[in-house]
Write a protein that binds this ligand. Structure first.
Ligand code: ADP
Ligand code: MG
Length: 387
């Protein structure tokens, strides 16, 4: 009856109204006119900061006047009136690329920055040949990208929701281990070739399809110049490590994995070849497993509780104390905000510990070049906005 009909209409609208203010509506209409999409369809995900929609593009046979097919895209629409963005300030503060972007008190601009950051980061990932959505268009708070899903509009599952199939538990466990190794290779490539740390990596921000892991949700990913890069990397690796551990994978120690990702000898040799890079990563990881000579992790199957306890302590020390304390000591936040970068102590630390040697061994010039490129883009955007 009339009442239920109105009720439903209201419910439908409320999902959209969260995000689709007048300006956002106008952007969608523009994308429809440009035939980038035909409409916004179902909501794939409603999040704190953004909603993701399936956006079909219908193809027609103009002469016959019939629809011939549907090609799906994904539209991530950042919410423009959201307080949780305050939380995310810290991702921007101190990062070179956004040094000049103080957007406190201006939500729309702030949200636009996030969408922009995600768009650029997706470009970087694509350039490096990492599996992720291809970014199609960005307009203010609307990011249009490749749809990761089937031709019917069903998105690929998040890694969290994946149930692997196999002949027995052993085979399934083996598949999880293979995915674990694949992911570590991706994180290493992301670090060395894209020069990024995801900074929100977990089983929720990885999609899975046919043995391939796709990285998504990279708006908060940070470059090597961010003061908390290594905190985020450590957190990312810990998150995915414990996920795979829960799946029964004999995961490597946090510290070992951190060294694997940051080692300056890793990844760089195969910058132009993602497949060779993945193979090299897998080989290195197998070597790391083979090199585990402590009784606790030895191949003889015996567990030495003392060694195991020592490993746990080492892990815990690494996790909770090692990097945070050091980083907070070497970075003066005020200096970072002014763009002066890290000061003092770095050289000493550099010499003191191989971890930091790995971390600091990057090619500074390429970073600067990349930034110059991106600053130029930003200037263009601003010019666009004025006309
Ligand atoms: P949030 O910031 O809300 O976490 P995400 O980028 O993680 O946003 O996207 C939320 C969800 O939307 C993902 O978990 C995934 O299920 C889905 N999703 C995001 N991007 C795509 C895409 N390109 N193709 C298919 N599904 C996607
Ligand atoms: Mg997410």
């Amino acid at each position: 009856d009339n009442k239920t009909h109105l009720g439903r209409e209201k419910a439908d609208r409320s999902t959209r109204d969260q995000v689709l203010d007048k300006r956002t509506e106008a952007i969608i209409e523009h994308m429809v006119r440009k035939e980038l999409i035909s409409e916004l369809q179902g909501v794939i995900s409603t999040g704190k900061e953004a909603n993701v929609y399936a956006a079909p593009l219908y193809t027609y046979d103009d002469e016959a006047g019939v629809q011939t097919g549907t090609h799906y895209r994904a539209a991530k629409i950042y919410k423009t009136s959201i307080l949780s963005f305050v939380d995310r300030e810290r991702y921007i503060t101190g990062e070179h690329r956004f040094r000049n972007g103080g957007h406190k008190g201006n939500n729309r601009k702030m949200v636009k920055k996030w969408a922009e950051k995600e768009f650029r980061n997706l470009q970087r990932l694509n350039r490096a040949g990492l599996a992720c959505p291809y970014p199609i268009q960005l307009k203010a708070n609307v990011l249009l990208m490749e749809f990761l899903g089937d031709s019917e509009g069903h998105a690929y599952p998040r890694l969290r929701d994946v149930e692997l199939e196999g002949v027995d538990d052993n085979e399934i466990a083996q598949q999880w281990r293979t995915l674990y190794i694949q992911l570590l290779g991706l994180v290493r490539r992301l670090y060395h070739v894209c020069r990024l740390v995801h900074a929100d990596l977990s089983e929720y921000n990885i999609l899975y399809h046919e043995h391939v892991l796709y990285l998504i949700d990279v708006s908060q990913s940070v470059g090597h110049d961010h003061p908390q890069t290594y905190d985020f990397l450590r957190m990312d690796l810990h998150n995915v490590g414990s996920f795979f551990h829960r799946k029964g994978v004999d995961t490597l120690r946090d510290r070992t994995v951190f060294e694997f990702v940051t080692a300056s000898s890793g990844g760089a040799q195969h910058a132009d070849d993602p497949t060779a890079d993945a193979a090299a990563a897998a080989e290195t990881i197998e070597q790391l497993y083979a090199a585990l000579t402590t009784p606790a992790e030895g191949a003889d199957g015996e567990t030495d509780t003392e060694a195991l306890a020592a490993l746990e302590v080492d892990n815990e020390v690494f996790r909770t104390q090692y990097i945070p304390q050091s980083l907070h000591q070497i970075y003066d936040e005020g200096m970072v905000a002014r763009g002066d970068g890290p000061v003092g102590g770095v050289e000493a630390l550099h010499a003191k510990d191989s971890l930091y040697r790995n971390l600091l061994a990057g090619d500074k010039k390429s970073d600067a070049e990349e930034d110059a490129e991106e600053d130029a883009d930003e200037d263009n955007d601003e010019a666009d906005e004025k006309d």
